[in-house]
Design a protein around this ligand. Structure first.
Ligand SMILES: CC(C)(COP(=O)(O)OP(=O)(O)OC[C@H]1O[C@@H](n2cnc3c(N)ncnc32)[C@H](O)[C@@H]1OP(=O)(O)O)[C@@H](O)C(=O)NCCC(=O)NCCS
Length: 128
């Protein structure tokens, strides 16, 4: 799993208990999943289709630095299935895991469009 994005927990990210608000974290994860998919499938039109069980294992507090990890699990016809882990950057404590996030590549009509990809690619290799 690769951890790309880091976030700094700020006052506006907290819930009523003073810890990281789960909705904010899911917002960040959904954006990370979309960005990962857009880069992998080379298509800016992708949508989130399905998110499996979400396990909030630990909380984060104001001032913590967290990092969001995404891994490609399965390249389908129009879909790409990802898994996600968010952890504390400094302690490596796991904050949340999501085993399956299904993203779907869509065409201009918003309907599923085969992406033709079968494995993870790196932008640096495409540029050579
Ligand atoms: C995503 C969407 C275009 C898919 O349309 P659809 O008619 O259900 O498409 P299909 O049944 O052909 O499925 C497309 C792919 O998604 C997968 N899929 C569909 N439903 C799924 C589910 N419940 N769980 C996991 N995968 C699923 C299919 O297996 C298929 O994968 P493949 O092409 O790799 O074989 C449509 O459901 C949609 O527009 N949903 C709303 C998306 C959205 O607004 N998301 C939030 C904002 S980004």
């Amino acid at each position: 799993m690769r951890f790309h994005t880091r976030k700094w927990i700020k006052p506006e990210d907290l819930n009523a208990n003073g810890t990281l608000f789960g909705g904010r974290l899911l917002d960040w994860i959904d954006e990370e999943a979309a960005l990962y998919t857009i880069i992998q499938l080379e298509n800016p039109k992708v949508v989130t289709k399905f998110i499996s069980e979400i396990d909030f294992k630990a909380s984060a507090k104001q001032g913590d630095i967290i990092e969001i990890g995404i891994e490609a699990i399965k390249f389908g016809k129009a879909s790409l299935t990802l898994s996600c882990e968010v952890r504390n950057k400094m302690t490596r404590e796991t904050i949340i895991t999501i085993s399956n996030i299904v993203m779907v590549n869509v065409g201009p009509d918003g309907k599923p469009l085969p992406h033709g990809k079968t494995q993870v690619e790196f932008v640096k290799d495409r540029l050579q």
